[in-house]
Design a protein around this ligand. Structure first.
Ligand SMILES: [Zn+2]
Ligand SMILES: [Zn+2]
Length: 244
């Protein structure tokens, strides 16, 4: 299998270290055919974009330089944070509709939408080691929030399901399969197990392998994900950036 695209890359608009032009050059050097610049939503503490309007600036910048990269499909999207228990996200619909791509993910350190979310999600996820019962409740709450985000918004990819914030990955994968949302294998954070991917693949969900690069030198570093796909016997037809 060959992976021809990397749909999760951060630029200077959030906590990435490179400009969009530098990232595009790095992608071409790695032989990629398509990339998505996908910066963190504004509610990510210490890492988010200044405001949702930054995504439109990034898109404008990408449009300006696109002519210099005729062999690269250069897309701009957002990695939105789930900030409410009912699937609310921190990138408004009127903004993400103007972008090429929407990725949604759970992150532990976010500014929540309201106090209830703050208490039960942000604080709750820090307490999950205390008792098994509390942990189970957290997983239920996290899963529900993520699944509702997938159903409420037109989401392309769910970023790193289960990383840092525990979820029921099969429930998430089922919702992804029903809504044509890709389930990410994230090579920047090597936390996923082959056995989990085998279980998840049975839902019929489509996968995507992404680097989550924050620097030019990790753009297109997808080999680790490719190895996981092969071990889990997932065919290229089930991978949105894969082909024979
Ligand atoms: Zn993320
Ligand atoms: Zn990311």
């Amino acid at each position: 299998m060959q992976l021809f695209a990397d749909y999760h890359i951060h630029s200077r608009y959030s906590d990435g270290r490179a400009t969009i032009r530098q990232l595009a050059e790095a992608a071409l050097a790695k032989g990629l055919e398509a990339i998505t610049i996908c910066d963190h939503g504004p509610n990510n503490i210490g890492a988010g974009v200044k405001s949702p309007g930054s995504f439109l600036e990034a898109k404008q910048e990408a449009r300006k330089i696109a002519k210099d990269f005729p062999n690269l499909e250069l897309k701009v999207g957002a990695e939105a944070n789930v900030i409410g228990l009912n699937g609310e996200i921190d990138v408004p619909e009127e903004i993400y509709k103007k972008l090429d791509w929407l990725t949604v993910g759970l992150h532990p350190y976010i500014w929540p939408k309201d106090l209830r979310t703050g208490w039960s999600y942000v604080v709750g996820n820090q307490l999950h080691t205390i008792t098994e019962g509390q942990r189970r409740k957290c997983i239920e709450r996290n899963t529900k929030a993520l699944v509702e985000a997938i159903r409420r918004h037109k989401v392309d990819v769910v970023a790193h399901p289960g990383l840092g914030v525990p979820v029921d990955i099969e429930e998430v994968a089922k919702a992804c399969a029903e809504t044509n949302t890709a389930f990410e294998i994230n090579t920047g954070h090597r936390y996923q197990y082959v056995s989990d991917l085998v279980r998840v693949a049975k839902t019929g969900v489509k996968f995507v392998v992404n680097s989550d690069a924050h620097f030019t030198d990790t753009v297109g570093d997808l080999d680790y994900g490719l190895a996981l796909l092969q071990q889990a016997k997932i065919p290229p037809e089930q991978v949105i950036n894969g082909r024979h």
